[in-house]
Design a protein around this ligand. Structure first.
Ligand code: TRP
Length: 460
């Protein structure tokens, strides 16, 4: 297992930050963050998220990248190398991308469908009430888009052309940011939208609940690709002379900035389109469908064909952001299977594809034929929501907790801070130590207990 030598390195800090940001920025930012923020109290969710990002997010990302760079190994082996007893943690973290990829591709398929609708000039249809619900409750069409997105992901992984995709996305990402700023400004200036901006930005402590914190934490892990071993692998490719701490800061700022913008695009228009407070409440609570319900209305509000053009460009960029993420998710799974079972890469791709179809098909059908299955027991708790919940709100917190215990108490925080200090002073060292040893473990345990109890006893 001397793959340490074989590892190619990122060329420098910019290369590393861009690659890690490419993995981090995806549907999590554009699709998941806005609907959670809308659902869990707007400003208060944003505030909790930001606090968690600069504490939890910072501590965990530093930890994972440092572990990767120190060991030069991917997650499965890295944990075992640090401490034999923690080898299982590598496996546990490996389950997460396997659960995420299938439903990620379902959503990716939806984005493709919307691109198709806009590019064919039918954007106004997508803006009509009930369009989204009508689409996802069908059986074959969403499945077809899912297959297309998954197939495309698998093709790139199989052919190994992800480097080419990465180059393209380096151009597309900045365009996505600029376009998002433009759309956000447009959204915010719609009549009545200012109320929405206030809802999104000003924290209202009445909306605070433990669920807010739980969801914000799950979102943080998801959005920054933490607690699933991915950042360990990225760290293993990082050169020793690249400044680890400032890289982490940059990835965080980039990722959070895009999520924030997405919220500004998607939430304010709800306030301008809702006719009654009840309708508004319903819209805010829409969940996974939010982006697909809100944005078409924004584009529809633009004059003439502008909406169709901007809508097409926008959804195309989101497809790219989602593809770079799904490719890196699939890569991660393929290399896990490859490392573990020593079968060829192609075979690993097909195994991954098979698992993704098995888990993805029910997720897709869960909004139509299989909508009677509500594993979470709540209305709207579809199969897709279930996979999302299990990975983000249960498995990832457990992985994060065990990582904190490993670093805080077994191998000690010094192991990580020494690695960070290879590049000079570790400015956030105290913060990192306190987060990893005390704050994170206590909060995660509290929140895990609550969330499990919540499923069974409906506390919230
Ligand atoms: N962070 C990605 C997003 O925001 C999703 C994601 C989760 C991911 N885990 C990942 C991407 C692992 C690549 C690798 O959409």
């Amino acid at each position: 297992m001397n793959n340490t030598q074989k590892r190619s390195n990122f060329s420098g800090k910019l290369g590393f930050v861009l690659a890690a940001a490419g993995s981090a920025v995806g549907l999590g930012n554009m699709w998941r963050f806005p609907y959670l923020a809308a659902k869990h109290g707007g400003g208060i969710f944003l505030l909790v998220y930001l606090i968690l990002a600069v504490t939890f997010g910072f501590g965990l990302m530093i930890t994972e990248i440092a572990i990767g760079r120190k060991t030069g190994l991917s997650a499965i082996e890295a944990y075992g190398k640090l401490n034999k007893k923690f080898k299982f943690l590598g496996y546990l973290s490996a389950i997460v991308p396997i659960i995420i990829l299938p439903y990620y591709c379902v959503i990716g398929g939806w984005v493709m469908k919307y691109f198709g609708v806009f590019v064919s000039g039918a954007g106004h249809k997508a803006a009509a009430d009930g369009f989204f619900g009508g689409f996802v409750s069908k059986a074959s069409e969403p499945l077809l888009w899912f297959a297309l997105f998954l197939g495309l992901t698998a093709l790139v992984v199989l052919l190994g052309v992800d480097k080419g995709i990465e180059k393209v996305s380096k151009i597309m990402m900045p365009v996505l940011v600029l376009l998002s700023i433009g759309i956000a400004v447009f959204s915010m200036t719609r009549p009545g939208a200012m109320e929405g901006v206030k809802y999104y930005i000003l924290p209202d402590f009445e909306n605070f609940s433990v669920v807010t914190v739980l969801s914000a934490m799950g979102q943080l892990f998801y959005s920054m690709s933490l607690a699933m071993g991915i950042m360990i692998t990225y760290g293993s490719y990082m050169k020793k002379d690249v400044n680890l701490e400032s890289s982490v800061r940059h990835i965080e700022i980039f990722d959070t900035g895009i999520a924030f913008l997405a919220g500004l695009m998607i939430i304010p228009p709800l306030f301008s389109s809702a006719a009654t407070p009840e309708q508004l409440d319903g819209l805010l609570k829409s969940g996974p469908s939010l982006m697909f319900v809100s944005l078409p209305k924004v584009f529809d509000g633009m004059t003439g064909v502008t909406g169709d053009i901007i809508g097409s460009v926008f959804f195309l960029l989101v497809i790219f952001a989602a593809l770079t993420s799904s490719i890196s998710l699939m890569e991660a799974i393929v290399s896990i299977i490859h490392d573990k079972f020593h079968i060829g890469r192609k075979a690993c791709c097909f195994v991954t594809l098979g698992i993704s179809i098995i888990l993805g098909v029910p997720s897709s059908l869960g909004f139509g034929v299989l909508s009677f299955i509500n594993p979470l027991g709540t209305a709207g708790g579809s199969i897709l929501d279930f996979f999302d919940f299990v990975s983000n709100n249960i498995l990832m917190p457990i992985v994060a907790l065990l990582t904190c215990i490993l670093v805080g108490y077994v191998i000690k925080t010094k192991t990580v801070s020494d690695e960070v200090e290879l590049n000079g002073k570790f400015k956030g060292k105290k913060l990192f130590e306190v987060v990893v040893k005390y704050i994170a473990p206590v909060c995660i345990v509290a929140i895990l207990v609550f969330s499990v109890l919540d499923v069974f006893f409906k506390l919230s």
